[in-house]
Design a protein around this ligand. Sequence first.
Ligand code: FES
Ligand code: FES
Length: 155
Amino acid sequence: MSVTLKVNETTHTIDVDDDTPHLWVLRDVLGMTGTKFGCGMALCGACTVHIDGAATRSCVTPISVVSGKSVTTIEGVGTTRQGQAVQKAWVELDVVQCGYCQPGQIMSAAALLTNNPRPTDADIDSAMSGNVCRCGTYQRIRKAIHQAAASADHV
Ligand code: FES
Ligand code: FES
């Protein structure tokens, strides 16, 4: 199946089986390895990308669903106002430990701030609950999202 999709503002046309997971296309076909594989079952959030702005688990999203859509990955999220604010807060608060889950965390956080510019702790916990961090960086993530929310207006 021929699929055309836009990833970080660049249009790609690829030829893959229509049930190929979007994550496989990003990593193996397009060589964009910032998006991580964790569970492959929509349970950990490591593979989160934005599809037409919505945080989506790419490991369980067949490429046929992404055809014609606009995708943002961790490689491109820094070009958005929310993504830039999130990445800045992440660095300032030294959120990352091993780092493996963090692309997915950042993508979920940026999507949250796009939909809800001033989230409460409960909003953050709800939006981020599908992103697992085995290093336990949850408290720093929550703090960084508040800091990003406060600074996003000034980016
Ligand atoms: S790899 Fe997609 S949710 Fe875990
Ligand atoms: S920083 Fe190590 S899994 Fe989250």
